[in-house]
Design a binder for this molecule. Structure first.
Ligand code: NAP
Length: 297
């Protein structure tokens, strides 16, 4: 038996949840398929201070509020991982491990995943001292010493978040200029328990008794840490789409100005498409505009 909906959304982050909200309120039948927790990238974000109308909120808390809003509207939020997609006449068939779904319109809001440094022992020590989520793992390092790697907004914001609970945070950045606004960089520089190590990089992780013990840096020095958080950017989570031929060379989904892929029934938005500004509000706007395109059909 197949579950059928007018529209299926793959990816229950903020873009997907906003599309569902707009579609369902217009009386459309819509379901969300999500392989992890609702919220996507914001579940890995500590504090959000630039979502209009909310002074400050934890990422997971905002994700839960959105989840509550769509599930209150009775949008099915189905926790299953999509393994394949197939276009068939006027509909799209979606297979998860144990189920098949059919829809007339598909919205891809697959988000992005954290990039990895790909240096020695990273894989082995993943979850054993190396993390990509300060809000999830930060509390494990209360009063301890950690390193943060990266020089963008994520690295800076998460270093500031970690500095409130850790004894010391060493931020390692490969250049001496940051990719963030001056106010944020000033706050970083003025935080007494954050040490900046610029124009330097980690080249290897050292293990001791099955956990991270230290980092070897490009200049040959060794930095002993209890934990290390990598924030070196994101890559689109679009591997399941390879056979559809809708990805650019970096793995982002190619869409036109109406968020439509080369298939008239498949749309994409949020962080898995190329854009100038990756923000919660821009992801929400993509979701609303895709819903509008589908409702106009
Ligand atoms: P990002 O802006 O792409 O920054 C990635 C950082 O990691 C850069 O400083 C880069 O160095 C460094 N890096 C990349 N590869 C590296 C490697 N192999 N080794 C060492 N360092 C490496 O990524 P992001 O901070 O995750 O932000 C992604 C997007 O989300 C941005 O558009 C950002 O503005 C947005 N964002 C917004 C907010 C907010 O509005 N509150 C919060 C977080 C993120 P280089 O500088 O040398 O290239």
């Amino acid at each position: 038996m197949k579950d059928e909906y007018q529209t299926i959304i793959i990816g229950g982050g903020v873009a997907g949840m906003t599309a569902a909200l707009y579609l369902k309120r217009a009386g459309h039948s819509v379901a969300i398929l999500e392989k992890e927790a609702p919220g996507g990238q914001i579940t890995r974000t500590s504090e959000i201070e630039n979502y209009p109308g909310i002074l400050k909120i934890d990422g997971p808390e905002l994700a839960f509020k959105m989840y509550e809003q769509v599930t209150t509207l009775e949008v099915p939020f189905i926790f299953q991982e999509v393994i394949s997609l197939k276009l068939e006449n006027d509909s799209i068939l979606i297979d998860t491990k144990d189920h098949q779904f059919r829809c007339q319109n598909l919205i891809l809001t697959l988000g992005r995943n954290p990039k990895r440094l790909r240096i020695e022992n990273e894989q082995k020590l993943s979850g054993k001292g190396i993390s990509w989520c300060a809000v999830c793992d930060g509390p494990l390092y209360k009063n301890k010493e950690v390193a943060v790697i990266g020089g963008g907004r994520s690295a800076i914001e998460e270093a500031l978040y970690l500095s409130k609970m850790c004894a010391k945070v060493t931020l390692i950045h490969r250049r001496d200029e940051f990719r963030a606004e001056n106010t944020l960089v000033d706050e970083l520089r003025n935080t007494s328990n954050i040490k900046l190590l610029t124009s330097n990089q980690a080249t290897k992780f050292i293990e001791k008794e099955g956990r991270l013990y230290s980092l070897i840096l490009e200049d040959g020095s060794e930095l002993k840490v209890d934990g290390c958080f990598e924030f070196i950017g994101q890559e689109p989570s679009t591997k399941i789409l390879k056979n559809l031929d809708i990805l650019d060379s970096e793995g982002y989904i190619e869409v036109d100005k109406n968020y439509q892929t080369k298939y008239s029934s498949i749309y994409a938005g949020g962080d898995c498409i190329k854009k100038d500004l990756y923000q919660i509000v821009t992801a929400c706007a993509d979701g609303a505009r895709i819903a509008e395109q589908i409702l106009k059909k």
